[in-house]
Ligand binder design. Structure first.
Ligand code: SAM
Length: 213
């Protein structure tokens, strides 16, 4: 999702109370940033943030952090949040490749990846957010019992991701190739913007849940 550049979006984000600056020392400090010891769940590539903001409203006892590379996209999420504020959510505008600069070892309880960019060319495989290179980063910040949840309608990306999970020696706990017709896995499912768009076209949604240990 690459919206046109919105002039001034970087400046708006830099001053917004929900946005953590990439230069802020957050590593190991998230519980004091939120002022509680609630679990920390992050979404990487949150887009306009519908999914993570819905979860934050449903689960006030969990802290949520949305990560998005583009300020013009993140700005849409911020606008929605300001209309209806929440205490248990923060955003970071950053590239996920720098994620270990923002979180300490064992600091994160759950990572969500939703409809991540497929990067279809083989030579770009390591840019996919489920590549073994990214899994190695997630392993550093996830708790021992922490989980990774991934949803997509892209069959090639899903197959690639299952291979990477195996290659990186992660454990696959559950998966489905048709989430919306899988009663067990669909229970409590919160749809993302892309999920609404692609499932309306009839594309089955694929999902897995995995952990390192
Ligand atoms: N998760 C949302 C959903 O399901 O509706 C948005 C999906 S959109 C296809 C992928 C999003 O991931 C885009 O907003 C893109 O800017 C963001 N993204 C892609 N690569 C990223 C990276 N390396 N770090 C942070 N965000 C990234």
């Amino acid at each position: 999702m690459r919206l046109r550049n919105i002039p001034g979006s970087r400046e708006v984000i830099a001053e917004n109370k929900y946005c953590i600056k990439e230069t802020e020392p957050t590593k190991g400090k998230w519980h004091s940033i939120f002022g509680n010891n609630h679990p920390i769940h992050i979404e990487i590539g949150m887009g306009k943030g519908k999914f993570i903001m819905t979860l934050a409203r449903l689960n006030p006892q969990t802290n949520y952090i949305g990560i998005e590379k583009y300020s013009s996209v993140l700005l849409r999420g911020l606008q929605k949040l300001e209309e209806d504020p929440l205490d248990n959510i923060r955003f970071i505008r950053m590239d996920a490749e720098d994620i270990c600069q923002m979180f300490d070892m064992d600091e994160v309880d759950r990572i969500y990846l939703n409809f991540s960019d497929p990067w279809p060319k083989d030579r770009h495989a390591k840019r996919r957010l489920t590549s073994r290179q990214f899994l190695a980063l997630y392993e550093q910040i996830l708790k021992k019992d922490g989980v990774l949840e991934f949803k997509t309608d892209n069959v090639n990306l899903f197959d690639f991701s299952l291979e990477e999970i195996k290659e990186a020696e992660w454990q696959l706990h559950a998966f489905t190739r048709d989430l919306h017709h899988d009663d067990a896995m669909n229970q409590g499912n919160v749809m993302t913007e892309y999920e609404e768009r692609f499932s309306a076209k009839g594309n089955p949604i694929h999902k897995f849940i995995a952990s390192r240990f």
